[in-house]
Ligand binder design. Structure first.
Ligand code: ZN
Length: 248
């Protein structure tokens, strides 16, 4: 904590000032954004990846070779996500966009909670829980049908989640739009990401190189902390509530 404070001279008032004079603030979110909605993150001590082996389950080869286990894993996660509701952080992020203070949200999350909270311009780098489709013909279907293990209504094929699995590429158009928005941003705010996954973790750097003010709110240290003009490890709900109060 002391190290963090010494390194970064910015403060939340300065961040608020930058947002108020900004035209292109971008918000980037990771799994930590949704822990306050009761969803597990991945890489922390109690995270999903410490209970399940992602290389065994969340892969394109598991989907093809071991559909039963693959399906059980995602069906359980999708049930959990279906019950989750947006938290204060999601709501404030949506509010910033509707007030014209933020241009878009780039998210690593698949839970759809930004859209549910009212964010309109959301770039979902890893796809979305709401986007189920047929493995064979690509026809779109519903989250419920996937959980219930219904076959594709058109060809009878198996359904798959519309999320990016290990071994699959990120959607090119979403990735390009995210980098474009990052490079054009004048304020770049990271919420709840450990910034370990490439290429998404290059976005704060892309923003910084073009002169953006970079703020990082994450419980644990991140490898991009040295880029940050403002850095905090407090909870996202608390941080965003304080920030919002300064934007009146
Ligand atoms: Zn089909």
């Amino acid at each position: 904590m002391n190290d963090i404070k010494r390194k970064h001279n910015g403060n939340i008032e300065e961040l608020a000032e930058r947002i108020l004079t900004s035209r292109n603030a971008v918000i980037f979110t990771g799994a930590g954004m949704s822990t306050e909605s009761g969803l597990s993150d991945f890489r922390s001590k109690d995270g999903i990846w410490n209970v399940e082996d992602p290389m065994e389950l969340a892969t394109a080869s598991a989907m093809r070779g071991n559909y039963d286990k693959f399906h059980a894993f995602y069906a359980a996660r999708f049930e959990q996500m279906g019950d989750a509701v947006p938290n204060a952080g999601h709501r404030i992020v949506a509010d910033l966009e509707s007030r014209g203070l933020a241009r878009c949200v780039i998210t690593q999350n698949i839970d759809g909670l930004h859209s549910e909270a009212g964010s309109k311009n959301v770039y979902e780098l890893h796809g979305s829980v709401g986007a189920v489709r047929c493995m064979e013909c690509g026809k779109s279907s519903t989250r419920r049908d996937f959980i219930d293990r219904k076959p594709c209504a058109v060809c009878g094929g198996k359904l798959r989640p519309g999320v990016v699995l290990f071994g699959e590429n990120l959607p090119v158009d979403v990735l390009q739009a995210s980098f474009d928005a990052s490079e054009a941003s004048d304020v770049f705010i990271v919420l709840g990401s450990s910034l370990q996954v490439s290429p998404a973790n290059q976005m704060p750097g892309a923003a910084k190189r073009n002169g953006a003010y970079v703020a990082i709110c994450n419980r644990d240290i991140t490898i991009m902390d040295s880029l940050a003009d403002y850095r905090t490890s407090e909870g996202i709900g608390d941080f965003m509530t304080k920030l919002e109060a300064l934007l009146d």
